[in-house]
Design a protein around this ligand. Structure first.
Ligand SMILES: [Ca+2]
Length: 431
C-alpha cells in the first residue's frame, strides 16, 4: 500500500519540526549553564536537565506535544519500563539495567562491573547486548522484572536469553537472577552478509493476557525464520517462568513457546487498545519495513533461503533481491502469511520500536500506533482500520533522531530512548 509522500500539511509539520529542533538545541545549550559548547557525552548519566521544548501549535485534532529530556549522556539506551510510582528502568546495550528513582537519583542494578548485581556472562557484540526490559504485571507487589541479554553461559553458539530479576523496595539492588529462556538464537560468527551479533530482536512486553512476548531475529541465518524448533525469527509467548504459554498455536512440530514465526528482526511489539491484538514492527532488508498484526500461530512470511535466481552470500538471500524476488512477506510461498499492516511506503529506513498511544490526552492519536524509525530519524503515527491495515501515516513534530525505544508510561506519556543517548518524556495536551 502507498500513501502520498508529503502533503502540504506534512510539509508544514516538517518546517515546524525543523523549528523545534533548533529550539530544542538552543534550550539544551542553555541547560549547560556556562554558555560554553556542550561537553561530549560522559559515562555517568545526567538526570533532569531542564530542557523542555515548548508546545508548538498544531491542527485542532492533533495533540500538542511537549518534549522533556529526562536523561542524557547515556550509553546506547535501548528500552524503558516505568513503574506506577514513576521509577524508570532503562537498559544500555553494553552496560546493563539501571533505574532512575522518582527523586531523580539513579542506580545501576544489573550488568557490567559497577552494577549492584554483576553479570559476568554479559556480552556486547555487534547489534547485541542488553535489549528489552519489561515489568511483571504484579511488579508493585512482587518487584519482578525481565531483561533480554546476550550471554556466554552457553557456547558455540552463545545465546540470547531472558533473565528474571527481583528489585528491592529502594531500587538499589537486584537479586534472584533466574534465566527463564536460555536458547534464543544468536549470530556467533560473521558470515558473508555481515558481522557477528546481527539481528537479535530483543523486545520484551507483557500482553493484556498476562503473558510475556519475546521478539527475536533471523541472525542472518537463512533457515532460521521458518525453522520449527530454533527460536530465531520468531515471537515467543511464555509464562513468567519461561514455559510455553497455554493456547499457543504454532503448526505441529514447532516449539510450543512460538507464537508467530517467519520474522526477520522484530524490534517492537505492542497491543492494540480495546482488542489486545499484538502488532510488531521490524526492519526491512533494502525495502519494506513492516508493521504486522499477529495471529496466533501465524507465519510472517520471511524466508531468505533457497532462491536459485538470486546470488546469496553464505546462502542468505535476505539482501539479494527486491520486494518481488525476496519479499518480507512471501505470499507465493506462504499464501496464508500474515499481511503487512504497513510497509513504510516500500522503504527500509531501519524501523525500530512501536507502541500504541492511549488516553484522551492524545486526542486524534488516541489508539493510533506510534512507530520509531531509526535510519529515517522520525516518529510515524499510523491510523489503522479494524482489520489492522494502515490507512494514514503522519510524522510527529519531534526532533530527527534515531528512535530506539518507545514505552507508554502509567502517566499516559510517551517515553523515548534515542541512539543519541537520551531519554525523553513526551506529553500530549489540547491545543
Ligand atoms: Ca512479513
Amino acid at each position: 500500500m502507498t500513501f502520498p509522500h508529503m502533503s502540504s500539511l506534512q510539509f508544514a509539520r516538517s518546517a515546524s519540526m525543523a523549528f523545534a529542533r533548533v529550539l530544542g538545541a538552543a534550550l539544551l545549550l542553555a541547560a549547560c549553564g556556562s554558555g560554553s559548547a556542550p561537553s561530549a557525552p560522559v559515562e555517568a548519566p545526567t538526570t533532569q536537565p531542564p530542557s523542555t521544548t515548548p508546545p508548538t501549535q498544531n491542527p485542532t485534532d492533533t495533540p500538542v506535544l511537549t518534549r522533556t529530556v529526562v536523561m542524557s549522556g547515556l550509553t546506547g539506551p535501548w528500552d524503558i519500563a516505568i513503574a506506577t510510582d514513576g521509577a524508570m528502568f532503562y537498559t544500555e546495550r553494553c552496560r546493563g539495567l539501571s533505574v532512575r528513582r522518582p527523586d531523580g537519583t539513579t542506580s545501576r542494578l544489573f550488568g557490567t562491573s559497577g552494577s549492584a548485581l554483576v553479570a559476568p556472562d554479559l556480552q556486547c557484540e555487534g547489534q547485541s547486548g542488553v535489549h528489552g526490559v519489561a515489568l511483571d504485571p504484579a511488579f508493585a507487589s512482587n518487584r519482578t522484572l525481565y531483561v533480554y541479554m546476550l550471554s556466554n553461559l552457553a557456547t558455540s553458539p552463545r545465546t540470547n536469553r531472558v533473565v528474571r530479576l527481583v528489585v528491592n523496595s529502594g531500587y538499589t539492588a537486584a537479586t534472584n537472577r533466574t534465566d527463564i529462556i536460555t536458547d534464543i538464537a544468536f549470530k556467533d560468527v560473521a558470515n558473508g552478509v555481515g558481522g557477528s551479533g546481527a539481528h537479535s530482536g530483543g523486545r520484551l512486553r507483557f500482553g493484556p493476557d498476562g503473558f510475556l512476548y519475546v521478539t527475536t531475529g533471523d541472525n542472518h541465518n537463512p533457515s532460521l525464520p521458518q525453522d520449527p524448533q530454533r527460536l530465531g525469527g520468531k515471537v515467543l509467548r511464555v509464562t513468567t517462568s519461561g514455559a510455553a504459554a497455554p493456547g499457543n498455536a504454532p503448526p505441529s512440530g514447532f516449539d510450543a513457546r512460538i507464537f508467530t514465526y517467519g520474522h526477520r528482526n522484530v524490534q517492537g511489539i505492542t497491543f492494540r487498545p480495546g482488542t489486545g491484538e499484538p502488532f510488531t514492527s521490524e526492519h526491512g532488508p533494502n525495502h519494506s519495513d513492516e508493521v504486522t498484526r499477529l495471529v496466533n500461530g501465524g507465519n510472517a512470511g520471511w524466508d531468505p533461503q533457497n532462491r536459485p535466481a538470486l546470488s546469496c552470500p553464505s546462502s542468505y538471500c535476505g539482501y539479494a533481491g527486491n520486494a518481488t524476488t525476496m519479499p518480507m512477506t512471501d505470499v507465493a510461498r506462504f499464501p496464508n502469511a500474515m499481511p503487512a499492516s504497513w510497509t513504510n511506503n516500500g522503504a527500509s529506513q531501519g524501523m525500530g520500536p512501536a507502541v500504541f498511544l492511549e488516553g484522551t490526552q492524545w486526542r486524534a492519536w488516541n489508539g493510533r500506533l506510534a512507530v520509531g524509525i531509526m535510519g529515517g530519524s522520525r516518529l510515524v503515527i499510523l491510523t489503522l482500520n479494524s482489520a489492522g491495515i494502515a490507512t494514514a501515516a503522519e510524522n510527529a513534530s519531534l526532533p530527527a533522531v534515531r528512535y530506539r525505544g518507545l514505552t507508554l508510561g502509567p502517566d499516559g506519556s510517551l517515553y523515548v530512548s534515542t541512539d543519541a543517548g537520551e531519554i525523553w518524556r513526551v506529553t500530549a495536551s489540547s491545543p
